[in-house]
Design a protein around this ligand. Sequence first.
Ligand code: CA
Length: 649
Amino acid sequence: MLRTNLLLAAAILPLAVCAYTVESPGGVTVVTTSVTSDGRPVYSVTHKGKTVIENAPLGLSTDIGDFTKGLRETGGESKDLRYSYSQDKVKRSFIDVSARRATVSYGGPDGRRMDVEWHVADNDVAFRYHLPKQQGKASAVVSAEATGFSFPEGTKVYMTHQSDPMIGWKRTKPSYEEYYIVDAPLGTPSQYGRGFTFPALFKTPDGIWTLLTETDVDGYYCASHLSDYDGKAYTIAYPMDEENNGNGKSAPGIAIPGKTPWRTLSFGDTPAPVVETTIMYDLVEPRYRVGRYARPGKGTWSWILWQDGSINYDDQVRFIDLAHELGYDNVLIDCYWDTNIGEERMKELIGYARSKGVKPILWFSSSGSWNDIEQSPVNRMDRPIVRKKTMRWLRDNGVDAIKVDFFGGDKQETMRLYEDILSDAADYGIDVIFHGCTMPRGWERMYPNYVGSEAVLASENMIFSQEFCDKEALHATLHPFIRNAGGIMEYGGTFLNKRMNKGNDGGNVRRTTDAFQLALAVLFQNPVQNFALAPNNLSDAPSEAIAFMKEVPTTWNDTRYIDGIPGKYAVVARRHGSDWYVAGVSNLDKPVKLDLDLSELSDAGAVATLISDGGADEVTRANITLKNPAKTQVMLRPASGFVIKTHSK
Ligand code: CA
C-alpha cells in the first residue's frame, strides 16, 4: 500500500523531492507527505487503501516568510503515543488514545523553517503547524494558509454556510446559524460566497465518511472556516474583515516559537467513527483547574416559548416551580432580568429558586462594540474590571452559571473574549454557556467550567419560522453526524407543545411527534439541557412523555452510532451508568422497519423498554425482550422517533 502511494504521488507530481509516510497503529490509515517540484508541501490520506485526501496543499503565509513554496522536506521523526483521560460532559467518560505522532520538517534556502506535526490514529488524522525560532523573530502574523482538503472526484458534501458578516438580528452574524447543503456534489457553491463553517462532512465515492473540523483554538489564534471549493480543494479561510463590526484583525498573531490549531479528519467506512470521534478532545489539555467540576444538569427555560415578556418575577416563579416539579437542577432566566426584575428583586428570586433546589442560570449579552444588541444586561462581559465585578455579584448572590449571547465572530480578538469570560468565571466558580457564538473547538476539555455552545439553528427557530418547523426532522438527522459530532451543542430542544406559542393554541405548527421530541433529549448531546417544556405540559402532554423527561440524563459514559444516514434517519445509543438509551428519529417519507444491532449493548434475553408514539396523541412505554440483540426490530414512521432503554451488558 505504501509503495502504491509513493508511485501515485510521483505520477501526479513529477520531481517530488522526497516523501514521508506515517501509518496509524492498526495500519489502516496512512498519511503521506511530499513536496512538489516548486517546493510546495502536500499531503495525502488513505483509509483501508481508499483515498480520503489526495495531494492537498500545506503551508502558511506570514510576515516572517512564505512557508507555502520553495521548501524542501528536511527530516521527519515519529513515535507511538498512548494515553487516556476522563471527561464528564462529552460523548464518553473514559477515553483511550492510540496514535502515531510525527513531525515533518521543512526548510528554505534562506533559513525559513516550518514543522508539521501529525497525529495519525486508525480513524482520525490531525495536523498543525509549528514555526520554530528563526532569524531572530519572536512574533509573526499569519496572513493566510495554503492548507487544503482535496477529496476525490465524486465526493458528496454535507456542509453549512458561512454567513455574511454584520447581518441578521441586530447585526450579530456570523453565528453558525445557517441551513445545510446535504448530499451535494463537491464544489456546490456556498449561499453567501463566504465558504462553509466547521464541522463539515464528506462521503467519498469509495464510501468513506469523513468529518472535517478544527480544535485547540483559544486566544492565541483565530477560528477558521472553509473556503468555497477552488476546483481542487476546500482551503482554510480566516475570519472576514467586517466581522466584529470591523474591530480586530482577521489574521492571527502568534509568538515564535508558535503553533496553529489542529485541523482534524475523522473517518470510516460507516458513519460510526464520525459520530463517536473524540479527536477534538484528545488533542487538547485543560488550561486551568477549578475548585469544583462543571455542574451538568437539566433545566427549564421560559424564554423559549413565552419569549421576552416572560422575564418577570411571577413567570420566573412558574418556571422555577416547573423545574422543581420535574426534579430539574436549573432554571434559565433570559434577557432583561436586570431591568424587568431588577438586581434587588433578583436576589429574592434567586433565593426562592434555591429554596426549591433549583439553580438559576442568568443571561448576558457579550457586547460590547460589535453589534446592536439592546437586550440587557449589556456591556458587562466585554472588559475585565466590570466582568469580574459582575462575577463577584453572581457568586455572592448564589448564581453559579451564566449564558452569554451574541458574540462578534471568529477573530482572534473574540477568541480571547471567550477565553477571558471562561477564565474569570472559573475564578468565581461559575459555569458558562455560549449562545449566538462560534462552534466549540476542544473547549469541553480545555475549560473545565465551559458547559455548552449554541452554534446551530436551534430550537428558537421553531418559534420564529414555520419553514424551520417543516425542516426540524431534516436537521435532527444531520446534527449527530456533523455539528454535534464536532462538539457539545446547546440546542434547547424537546417541545411538548404542538403549537409554538404560550397558549399551545397558535403560532407555528410542530410537524414531529412527541416521541421524536423525547428522542432529541438523547440524540442531541450537551451536559446542560434547557428543555423547551412549559407548565401547561404537566397537564396537556402525555404522562409517559413527562415521566421520560423527568428521568432522562444529560451526561453520558459512552456513545455509539447504531444506524442512520445523514439527512434521512439517525439512531444513536448513549450510556449513562448501566443504562443504554437508544434514540432514533426519522426524516424519511415512508415508514421503515429497522433491524438495529444492539448486540454490543445488551445480551440476548435482556428486557428493554420501548418508548414510542401510540395512537391518539399518546406516548407509550412497553417492555420488549431483546431475543436477538443483533436484530432488534423497530418501526420508524416519518417525523417520528423512539427511545429504547436497556440495561448494559
Ligand atoms: Ca441563537
